[in-house]
Design a protein around this ligand. Structure first.
Ligand SMILES: [Zn+2]
Length: 150
């Protein structure tokens, strides 16, 4: 099932915890409107760079989220509102910078996540966040979150 022109329900609900895959997709059914809004945001990013995005993690139901180190119990991933993305051929710092500074997107949170030896961009829709806490740009070094000033 397609959520948008280039993003499918399957890729936004995939988990590396294979024993939980079927359950994760079952739980995700309740969040299709949010996942669709998220997919539409990702379309804008894809269109700008003209390259496919890699979804490392999208929807995470309770069980998958509990098995994800460092993930919060109130994570927007649990509501189908967030994705961890990377774009082969584009530096994560540039991907993050563009979303925050140039895209004009109404995102919820955009975080350049760089724990030692790893890197990705967490991006969410405003969704169920307090509107005042949307357009929040941060960096994460594996220990602490810092405001991103660009
Ligand atoms: Zn994330």
């Amino acid at each position: 099932m397609n959520l948008s022109a280039h993003f499918t329900f399957d890729e936004l609900t995939r988990t590396s915890q294979t024993a939980l895959q079927a359950k994760n997709r079952e739980e995700a059914q309740a969040f299709i409107p949010s996942l669709t809004e998220l997919a539409e945001l990702l379309e804008v990013v894809r269109a700008h760079f003209g390259k496919p995005l890699k979804i490392n993690s999208g929807f995470r139901g309770a069980a998958v989220n509990a098995g994800t180190p460092g993930s919060s119990k109130t994570s927007q991933h649990m509501k189908g509102e967030a994705a961890d993305i990377a774009m082969p051929g584009v530096d994560d710092a540039e991907l993050h910078r563009w979303i925050v500074k140039d895209s004009g997107l109404k995102y919820g949170q955009c975080i350049l996540e760089r724990p030692p030896g790893r890197s990705w961009v967490h991006v969410s829709i405003c969704g169920t966040r307090d509107p005042k806490s949307c357009q929040q740009a941060l960096t994460f070094d594996g220990t602490s979150y810092k405001p991103y000033r660009g």
